[in-house]
Design a protein around this ligand. Structure first.
Ligand SMILES: [Zn+2]
Length: 605
C-alpha cells in the first residue's frame, strides 16, 4: 500500500514543480494562473448533481429557465440576456454564499513595480435576497464592511455601495437592468475559454440615476446569459467612489452562470499621477449549495449524530480505545461542521496529493499511527494549517503560494509532528453541544492553537521528519520560501492572520520552521529562475457551487522580469470558461433535461 503511494511521488513532484513554474510565470494583465473553476465543476457535477438535491431553501431544486427560441436580431439577444439576468437574481435570492475579499494596498517599488504595502481581509456570508446583507465571520463587528474595505482611505473617499450593497459587483444592476435605463451596443464576437460570446458595451441612459453600470458585458451565444462584466458604476455620488471591477461567472449548474470571481484594481503609478488609492483585490464567492446554509435554520439543521463505534463486536472498548474513539468523534464533528459552514472543501482531488506527501513523510520515518492521517483543504486565503485528531487542514491560500512539493511537505510536517507527538487538540468537540453555533461565529467557537512549547516541539520534530525524508534534498527551497515570506510579512499581516490555527509569524517575523529559514541561497529578485513563492490563486480552484477543490492545470508562461514573480500577490482572474457538462459525461440527474440549454459541444455553433 505504502509502496504504491511512494511510487506516485515522482510523478507528483514533477507535476507540482511544473505547476509552480507555470503559476509563478503569469504575466500581470492576464495570468494563466487564475483559478479555473469552470473546469473544476465538470467532474464533480456528475456525482453531485446539486440541481437535484432535495431539502431546504439553500439546496432546493433550481428552477430551470424556459428554453430560448433562437433570437434573430441583436435586439432579441438583448431582451434575452436582460430576462436571464432577472431569472438569475431570482434563482439566487434564497442563497447565502460565502464571500471572501482579500485586498492588497499597493506602493511602488522601483524594481518590482507596485507591491503590497498592507492588506485587508473580509469573510462573510452574503444574503442574496431582497436586502443584500453580509454576516461577518471575523471579529471586528463594530466596523462596517465599507470602513474596513477602505482601510486607511476612508477619510478620502467613502465607499458607495448603495443602492446595490455588495452585490453591485455581482449583478450589472440589481433593480433596473432594462432598456429604460441602459443603452446596449453590440461590439463583436469573442471566445472566453471554450465559450463563444457576444460582447456588448453598456451605457446608462442620461437620466438613469446614480450608480448605474458602465462597461462591457460578455454574453454566451447559446442561451444568452451574461458570463462576464467589466467596468464600473456611474455617476458616483458626491464624495463617493465606485471601484472598477471584472466579474466572472461560471456555468456550474444547468441553465445558469453563477457569480464566482471578482477582481478589482485601482491606482495609477504613471509619472505625475496622484497615487492616493492604489490597491488590487480578489473577491471569491462559494458555498452556494451548502446543505445547511439557510440563514433561518442554522441551529435546527445541524446534524448531531455521532460516529459509529469502531471496537470489534462483543467487546467493550479498552480505556485507550475509548480515548481514540472519542478523539475520532471530535475530529469528525469538527470536519463536518467546517464543511457545513462552507469553510472546508469536501474530500477530493487535492487531498489525495496532500495525503501522498504526508504518506511519504510517514513511510520514510517509520511512523505507524493507529488511525490514518487525513488531509483537508480550508477554502480561505490566509496562510494557515492546523490539525484536529488525525486530520491535517491546510488553507487554499497556503497551498497556492508554496513553490514546490518540499515546501508543502514542510508545512504538513509541522502538523504531522503535532499528531506524532500526541499534541491532540480539540477533543472537547466530541461534545455535540459545542457544534451548535451559527456559521458566522465559527471562528469564535472553534480554535486549534497550541501553546508555544508544543509549537516549538512540533517544529523540531518536523525538521527531523523532513531530514529523514526524500525532501531533505530540497530543503533549500523551503528556506527560500521562508525568506520570501519574511520579506513580505510586514506588509501582509491580514494574509498571515490565522483564524483557527497557530500563525506562521509573530509581529511581522516568521516563526514557523524558523530553523530552516537560514537554509538555501539568499533571496534574489533579479534571478528570474529563483521562484521562492507563488501568487495567490495559482494552484487550487474551488467550485463555487459545491465547494469541491481541485488542482489548477495551467500552461507554462515564461517569467520575463522580476515583476512577473508576484509572490503572495493577488492577480486578475482569468478562468477558462466552459459550458456545464462540456467534455464530461452527461450529469447524473438534471431533472429538466429538456430545458437544459447545454448541447455539450463547446463552441459548436
Ligand atoms: Zn503548530
Amino acid at each position: 500500500m505504502r509502496t504504491t503511494n511512494w511510487m506516485v511521488t515522482a510523478a507528483l513532484l514533477v507535476s507540482l514543480s511544473a505547476a509552480a513554474q507555470q503559476a509563478a510565470n503569469s504575466p500581470s494583465p492576464a495570468p494563466a494562473s487564475a483559478p479555473d473553476a469552470s473546469r473544476g465543476s465538470q467532474s464533480s457535477q456528475q456525482t453531485a448533481a446539486p440541481a437535484s438535491q432535495p431539502a431546504d431553501a439553500q439546496s432546493a431544486p433550481v428552477a430551470q429557465p424556459l428554453p430560448a427560441t433562437a433570437p434573430t436580431t441583436m435586439e432579441e439577444v438583448v431582451n434575452l440576456f436582460i430576462q436571464h439576468e432577472h431569472d438569475l437574481i431570482k434563482m439566487l435570492a434564497k442563497r447565502t454564499p460565502i464571500v471572501e475579499t482579500y485586498l492588497q494596498n499597493l506602493a511602488l517599488d522601483p524594481q518590482l513595480g507596485p507591491v503590497p504595502s498592507e492588506d485587508h481581509y473580509f469573510l462573510g456570508r452574503m444574503d442574496m435576497g431582497e436586502t443584500i446583507d453580509r454576516k461577518d465571520y471575523l471579529k471586528e463587528q463594530d466596523k462596517s464592511m465599507e470602513q474596513r474595505l477602505m482601510g486607511g482611505f476612508q477619510k478620502l473617499y467613502k465607499v458607495q455601495y448603495q443602492p446595490l450593497g455588495f452585490s453591485w459587483m455581482i449583478y450589472a444592476d440589481r433593480t433596473d437592468f432594462d432598456r429604460n435605463h441602459y443603452d446596449f451596443r453590440y461590439v463583436r464576437r469573442e471566445f472566453l475559454g471554450d465559450v463563444r460570446c457576444l460582447v456588448f458595451d453598456v451605457t446608462p441612459k442620461k437620466d438613469a440615476g446614480r450608480g448605474r453600470f458602465l462597461g462591457r458585458l460578455w454574453v454566451e451565444d447559446q442561451s444568452y446569459n451574461i458570463v462576464r462584466l467589466n467596468g464600473t458604476y456611474n455617476p458616483a455620488p458626491r464624495n463617493s467612489y465606485f471601484f472598477h471591477m471584472d466579474s466572472w461567472r461560471l456555468n456550474l449548474i444547468p441553465g445558469y452562470w453563477v457569480p464566482s470571481f471578482i477582481y478589482s484594481e485601482e491606482g495609477d503609478f504613471s509619472a505625475g499621477a496622484k497615487n492616493k488609492m492604489a490597491f488590487k483585490a480578489q473577491t471569491r464567492i462559494w458555498g452556494y449549495d451548502l446543505k445547511r446554509g439557510n440563514k433561518d435554520d442554522e441551529l435546527t439543521q445541524i446534524r448531531v449524530d455521532s460516529v459509529t463505534d469502531e471496537t470489534p463486536a462483543n467487546q467493550d472498548a479498552s480505556p485507550l480505545q475509548a480515548e481514540r474513539v472519542w478523539q475520532q468523534q471530535a475530529e469528525d464533528n469538527v470536519v463536518e461542521r467546517l464543511v457545513g459552514g462552507g469553510l472546508l472543501a469536501p474530500e477530493g482531488d487535492v487531498d489525495r496529493i496532500l495525503q501522498t506527501v504526508v504518506n511519504n513523510l510517514e513511510v520514510t520515518n517509520n511512523i505507524d499511527l493507529p488511525r490514518p492521517v487525513r488531509t483537508r483543504v480550508l477554502l480561505t486565503s490566509p496562510l494557515e494549517t492546523f490539525s484536529v485528531g488525525n486530520t491535517i487542514v491546510i488553507s487554499r491560500g497556503l497551498v497556492d503560494v508554496l513553490p514546490d512539493e518540499a515546501s508543502l511537505a514542510a508545512v504538513l510536517a509541522h502538523e504531522l509532528a503535532h499528531i506524532v507527538l500526541g499534541h491532540n487538540l480539540g477533543s472537547k468537540y466530541a461534545f455535540n453541544d459545542r457544534m451548535l453555533f451559527s456559521d458566522d461565529t465559527t471562528y469564535q467557537n472553534l480554535g486549534f492553537r497550541h501553546i508555544p512549547e508544543e509549537e516549538e516541539a512540533a517544529d523540531k520534530k518536523a525538521i527531523e521528519l523532513l531530514k529523514n525524508s526524500p525532501y531533505v534534498q530540497k530543503l533549500d527551497n523551503v528556506g527560500l520560501f521562508l525568506k520570501a515570506l519574511q520579506a513580505r510579512a510586514p506588509a501582509l499581516s491580514a494574509l498571515l492572520t490565522t483564524h483557527l490555527g497557530n500563525p506562521l509569524s509573530s509581529n511581522g517575523t516568521v516563526t514557523r520552521l524558523a530553523a530552516l529559514s537560514t537554509q538555501g541561497p539568499a533571496l534574489d529578485n533579479a534571478k528570474l529562475d529563483q521562484i521562492a513563492a507563488l501568487p495567490l490563486g495559482g494552484r487550487v480552484k474551488v467550485n463555487p457551487w459545491d465547494d469541491k477543490a481541485e488542482m489548477v492545470k495551467t500552461a507554462a508562461v515564461a517569467i520575463t522580469s522580476a515583476r512577473d514573480k508576484m509572490p503572495f500577490e493577488v492577480t486578475p482572474f482569468f478562468p477558462r470558461l466552459s459550458r456545464y457538462g462540456a467534455s464530461a459525461a452527461p450529469a447524473a440527474a438534471p431533472t429538466t433535461a429538456a430545458a437544459t440549454p447545454n448541447p455539450g459541444t463547446p463552441g459548436s455553433n
